[in-house]
Design a protein around this ligand. Sequence first.
Ligand code: ATP
Length: 356
Amino acid sequence: MARVVVEGLTKRFGRVVAVQDFNLEVAEGELVSLLGPSGCGKTTVLRCIAGFERPDAGRILVDDRVLNDVPPERRGIGMVFQTYALFPHMTVAENIAFSLMIRGRPREEQERVVKEMVALVHLEGMEDRYPHQLSGGQRQRVALARALAMRPKVLLLDEPLSALDAKIREELRGEIRRIQKALGITTLYVTHDQEEALALSDRVVVMNMGRIEQIGTPFEIYNAPRTPFVATFVGTMNLLQGRMESDGVFRWKERTLRIRPDAVVRAGQVAYLALRPERLKVSPTPEGAPPDHNVLPGRVEWVTFLGPIGRLSVRSDGETLLVDMPSDEALRFPVGSSVWVHFHPETAQVVPQERS
Ligand code: ATP
């Protein structure tokens, strides 16, 4: 098991600053995701750690050893890419054994490792197939087995599931987590899929334009976003721009809303009130709201059927609020009807307008 430290990493491509002052510590056996939109620098961070890119500034350390000048093949790092990158003319067994083969390891060792890896990724009976005889999910299992065959200290996964369809993606993400835990291998996982990052990770690093927006557990990232970007990128969020009036009181337009006291935003500061659609309730009458709730009058703009949940879009004071509920309940609200949206003060999160 290994500890990975990235210190002050900056990487430029000409005038483009792909990554700026990136700092991260990944504990032994931890799985950390880098999450962010296309072009935010996730892959560049991974490639710097793997040794495929040279940082312009900063250091990469594994177990306190600086790796900046160590070539990729000597870093003890395994990597899996979005596209399978398997050797098409080699069988599953040969693909998995490849790294051992080029290092001249004895045939018995190669056979033993292949057997172990095939069992680990559940590909028993497929050892003699060629990549074109496998499904996309199976090919990614081979790619994972191949990356793990050399027993790397660190595993880097760059969008390994994004080329697969939804069902297989979900299945394989569970498999990756199982294998990662079983081996206790320190892992960095790049994805632009927020659900994947929340489901898989011990911690998530949310990135935007080459910089870190927030690092936290999936629960913290979802429930306590610290920037407007994190609030809106991860899940669906209603953001109401207003001002902190005093501790525990938020001013939105002409309304005074009671919220959870928050140390991050001071009185007088412009901020956003972040409200998850599933935390909002809707009643056809104002009396339907419990007395300790904040209440906002509105009108139903439209209703969206999303299977298990229904999403109401409610226009209130010139803003649209999205409210989620079981779909049979949502379908009972006619479009155009007057409603009262309400929420408990504890469910509202204040997010500073500026990066804190
Ligand atoms: P994606 O999810 O689309 O892969 P990403 O978050 O992984 O995106 P990077 O691939 O790290 O982002 O790219 C970050 C920025 O650096 C982008 O603006 C990209 O165009 C630029 N970039 C990356 N590699 C190079 C390169 N070899 N030459 C020039 N610019 C590059």
